[in-house]
Design a protein around this ligand. Structure first.
Ligand SMILES: [Fe+2]
Ligand SMILES: [Fe+2]
Length: 295
């Protein structure tokens, strides 16, 4: 599979954004269901994870393509942003390698994902690709905000290593929420292009997440479970209620991502990263509970 190549400028250290190289200790065979209280959540999260080694390199390459057009300070932040995204997709690639061996058909879907983002990268303009990166980052931030608002129902009783992987990723999405947006404002700034690209990003994410979730549920033996689909529907409506207004607000003239309130728990937790040991305290997922009413 052809990969995007991203080179990092040398001055990454001169920014507040730091790439965190965390050593996750996953078992060789990662359990398909790692949220035993809420198995559908594992299916959906595994599906989002599958997208990351394909969409994030596209986002990185899109920002990388305009580095030379950015003022010095923004260029440094953009390089650090690329370094963070490189870590995200690398960790998800490791995680996905175990999941795809357990779910029939997932490798084929992964190839479709790769082709989709490669096609966009090859055929769209530099400005559209950058708008896509900015829009995708707004979606990622909205996902982080929604997740923090529903931590207990989503992760109570879940595997702590895997929960830490997903929450670390989301916490860094909050941390670098402005970078792609600022780069886009500097290079283009068209609101119409931004909205078109953001909607494209949401549509592709939704379609592939749905296909992969179906395959994950099939592998779990729950493809025909009305409860699973009902919970997924509730979850999707709740998430859309966060993402769509955030994307609409971000497309308004005069908006800046700093206008959005950050989810505080994720940011506070991320500040406990220890660079010397490359470790972050595991997210404590508490005791299993069957209460999903918070969604
Ligand atoms: Fe990321
Ligand atoms: Fe990001």
């Amino acid at each position: 599979m052809k990969q995007f190549v991203v080179q990092y400028p040398e001055r990454v250290a001169a920014t507040a954004l730091a790439p965190r190289r965390i050593r996750f200790e996953f078992p060789e065979k990662i359990p398909l269901v790692w949220t035993p209280n809420y198995p559908e959540m594992s299916a959906a999260a595994n599906s989002v994870s599958l997208l990351m080694p394909h969409v994030e390199p596209y986002v990185m390459a899109s920002v990388r393509a305009v580095l030379d057009q950015l003022p010095q300070e923004q260029r440094i932040d953009a390089a650090a942003f690329i370094a963070q995204e490189a870590q995200h997709q690398r960790q998800h690639r490791t995680f996905n390698a175990s999941i795809t061996t357990q779910v029939r058909g997932l490798s084929r879907v992964e190839r479709w994902m790769h082709r989709s983002y490669s096609w966009l990268s090859r055929t769209r303009s530099t400005r559209f690709n950058l708008a896509f990166a900015a829009g995708f980052e707004t979606v990622a931030f909205a996902l982080a905000r929604w997740t923090e608002a529903h931590l207990r129902p989503l992760f109570d009783g879940a595997d702590e290593q895997i929960t830490t992987l997903f929450l670390w990723h989301l916490a860094e999405e909050v941390e670098h929420k402005c970078v792609a947006y600022d780069a886009y404002e500097e290079v283009d700034g068209s609101r119409l292009r931004y909205l078109t690209a953001a909607v494209t990003s949401i549509v592709i994410l939704s379609i592939y997440t749905l296909i992969s979730t179906v395959l994950n549920l099939k592998a779990q033996g729950r493809i025909l479970s009305p409860v699973a689909w009902w919970r997924l529907l509730l979850c999707s409506v709740s998430l859309a209620w966060e993402v769509l207004p955030d994307v609409a607000a971000s497309a308004m003239p005069g908006h800046h991502p700093s206008d959005f309130t950050d989810p505080i728990a994720l940011s506070t937790w991320l500040s406990q990263y220890d660079a010397e040991t490359a470790s972050l305290p595991l997210w404590w997922t508490g005791a299993p509970s069957s209460d999903l009413s918070g969604l």
